[in-house]
Design a protein. Structure first.
Length: 286
């Protein structure tokens, strides 16, 4: 019988090779960062509360701003504010569909915060830049100049951005906060934590609207439009900043279904079945 050739290695070299092999085949698991829970609650509540202060604080005195600085008539002012309020109340429906079908709640809230900040910043610029408004009337008896097209479009553009921002934040904020406590397990304290979150959420909403209708309006009356519109712009910047700072801690659920596509499927199936015959027996209807 032929002797088999056996090659021997030092023990230390074998141990080193085993360590290298094990390091490549089964890497050491890294402890994942804890996501969701109470740590995300202040950021989500602050995002919604600051958005409420910034948006609701602009509406009460907007009639005085448009009629005084832009010299609009009462009817024109009310029509413009009506369309702004209508867009702000309608776009959350669109934002909810977009969040559930395409972007997800985190990205929708983030984009809504950016749009709200841009809208408040553009509105603040209308108060800061003199050429963004009609010039002041002189006392020589000449007629006052009316609002030009670009000035009016800049004002409407700021309102549109604010409405788009509200449409992204308001329909998703509460549901996104509830997602942070849905970890798939049967936690007995989950119900209490959710109740605490809802209580703080609605409390902050009421307090923020109260501050907006009193504090922001007081600043506008006492300190002028530059500061009165600058404070909401700063608050919206902080709202977006706080929301994105806590991004590593959020539970970001992926989009599972397309609500709009499902709605279209129902319409298509209903059209296909429109020629089906009804059952001949009356008992089939019950």
């Amino acid at each position: 019988m032929k002797e088999e050739m056996v090659e021997y290695f030092p023990l230390s070299q074998m141990e080193d090779s085993e360590k290298q092999t094990s390091s490549h085949s089964s890497p050491i698991p890294i402890k994942s960062r804890k996501k969701g829970g109470l740590i995300t609650m202040p950021f989500i509540i602050a995002n919604e509360a600051l958005e409420n202060v910034a948006s609701y604080g602009l509406l009460p005195n907007m009639t005085n701003y448009l009629m005084g600085e832009y010299r609009m008539g009462f009817t024109t002012t009310q029509n413009l504010l009506f369309f702004w309020s209508a867009a702000t109340n309608f776009l959350p429906i669109v934002g909810a569909v977009v969040a559930d079908s395409y972007l997800g709640r985190f990205l929708t809230i983030g984009l809504g915060s950016i749009f709200s900040f841009l809208g408040s910043a553009v509105l603040w610029l209308t108060a800061m830049i003199p050429k963004a408004r009609p010039p002041a009337c002189n006392q020589t008896g000449q007629a006052c100049k009316s609002t030009t097209g670009p000035q009016y479009m800049l004002l409407v553009f700021s309102f549109l951005l604010l409405s788009i921002g509200a449409g992204g934040i308001r329909p998703c904020s509460l549901a996104f906060g509830a997602n942070q406590f849905d970890k798939g397990g049967s936690d007995p304290n989950k119900q209490k934590v959710l109740e605490s979150f809802f209580a703080w959420y609605y409390t902050s909403t009421i307090v923020s609207v109260l501050i907006a209708l009193t504090g922001i309006v007081y600043l506008q009356d006492r300190l002028g439009w530059k500061i009165g519109f600058g404070i909401p712009a700063i608050l919206m910047f902080l709202s977006a900043l706080f929301f994105f700072l806590a991004s590593p801690f959020y539970i970001k659920q992926k989009v599972r279904s397309n609500v709009f596509a499902s709605f279209i499927q129902v319409i298509v199936i209903a059209c296909k079945n429109r020629k089906l015959r009804y059952p001949s027996h009356n008992s089939d209807y019950h």
